[in-house]
Design a protein around this ligand. Structure first.
Ligand code: SF4
Length: 396
């Protein structure tokens, strides 16, 4: 996987004061990918050291009053051209900079005040559709013993639990809010494992309950609240789905967004609302663009066939009618299943970073669909699924 980095984050002394801003988590990521480094201000031919600059309206002005708008535009264009030519799929930018900043930048008063906005390079790259993050995202997604990665597994995917080097096991019955009468279906198991996969701290939940079993949205999301309580910031949801013909094929998929067709929402219920700052949760980027891009890059590197698409969650338990499948196709849905959407809403409400992976075991609406056929399809893709998850964990 090829990733471009603001050079100062990798320790290059290119900042205005002649220094660098090396960030351990970013350095670690750079060591594990094919790293491309850039500095737009150096590409513009600006000296090091140089007076600091900030964006003022549409212009860039140095602290000594010199207007450097043209130079910044030249450097940003040269760096953007290089990044695009390099074929990178992810760009890690230095936060707040007038060139590289993303989302917030200094306001032009040299008082340390921040305003929403982008650096000149980030503006250029936005048009290219390349995933951009700043170092804060890389840091926030970095797993540790305090912040393990939660992995919730669906039908046919529970075998991943065998990869865990266990430290502790927990019966779901001891998880607050999990229904005491729930019994696992098919290959699910109701024992979470805290441990490591390839030395990355994880908590694996090898089974879940569903709305169609009669449980509430608050109950089915109790595992998510539990994971967050344990300190998990990243959460991987893996689910079995049907592929909507014309939109996706059977096999592995990365979820890009979701449509909640269950008619339920955990944030409307007492237990589901507990600990939530506000139920009015923004659902933009519900599936983390950073984690999705990492998953895509891992799949490409390892030669794993993976598609991407929107997931629609239905109440179930019956499968979709031909008319429903046609409607889902018109809505732009690639995968349809009976889980995940409420869990993703809960994870977003708790500020977690979500990666959604699916095994499309059959075509949506296929008449021969059964738990057995899902398990058989899962068996065919088990090795690729494991390689994909391990590859993602290695890069976090
Ligand atoms: S222009 Fe970007 S890479 Fe260069 S020093 Fe500033 S933030 Fe770092």
């Amino acid at each position: 996987m090829r990733v471009a980095f603001s050079a100062c984050l990798l320790g290059d002394p290119v900042r205005y004061d002649g220094g660098a801003k090396p960030t351990p988590e970013v350095l670690e990521l750079a060591r594990r990918v094919e790293a491309v480094r850039f500095c737009p201000e150096c590409a513009a031919g600006l000296p090091v050291p140089r007076p600091p600059a900030e964006r003022v309206g549409g212009r860039v002005v140095c602290s000594d009053g010199i207007d450097v708008t043209e130079a910044f535009a030249r450097g940003a264009q040269a760096s953007a051209d290089r990044i695009v030519r390099s074929g990178v799929s992810l760009v890690v930018l230095k936060a707040k900079s007038p060139s590289c900043g993303l989302n917030v930048i200094y306001d032009g008063t040299y008082s340390g005040k921040l305003v929403s906005g982008r650096g000149v390079l980030a503006e250029r790259l936005e048009k290219e559709g390349i995933c951009m993050v700043c170092e804060d995202t890389v840091k926030a997604c970095k797993p540790s013993v305090e912040h393990p990665v939660a992995i919730v597994l669906g039908t046919g995917l529970g075998h991943l639990k065998n990869l865990v080097h266990p430290v502790r096991r927990m019966d779901y019955q001891d998880i607050e809010g999990f229904p005491l009468d729930a019994r696992p279906i098919a290959d699910h198991s109701f024992e979470a494992t805290v441990g490591t996969i390839d030395e990355v701290p994880v908590v694996v939940y090898p089974g879940r309950i569903h709305l169609y079993q009669g449980y509430s949205a608050a109950e089915i999301t109790s595992l998510v609240r539990h994971a967050q309580h344990l300190g998990c910031r990243d959460i991987v949801f893996a689910c079995a789905t049907g592929a909507v013909a014309g939109q996706a094929h059977t096999g592995l998929g990365i979820l890009t967004d979701q449509i909640n067709l269950t008619g339920m929402n955990p944030l409307t219920e007492g237990e589901g609302k507990r600990g939530i700052e506000t139920p009015f949760v923004h659902m933009n980027d519900a599936y983390s663009p950073y984690l999705r891009t990492i998953a895509r890059g891992v799949a490409d590197d390892l030669g794993i066939a993976v598609e991407e698409g929107v997931y629609a969650g239905t109440l179930g338990p019956c499968f979709e009618t031909p008319a429903e499948v046609a409607a889902l196709r018109m809505l732009g849905v690639s995968y349809v299943g009976m889980s995940t959407v409420c869990e993703v809403i809960m994870a977003k409400a708790l500020g977690m970073h979500v990666l959604g992976l699916t095994l499309a075991a059959n075509e949506a609406g296929a008449t021969a669909t059964s738990h057995e056929s899902v398990l058989a399809a899962a068996g065919q893709h088990a090795e690729d699924f494991e390689r994909l998850v391990r590859g993602v964990l290695r890069l976090l």
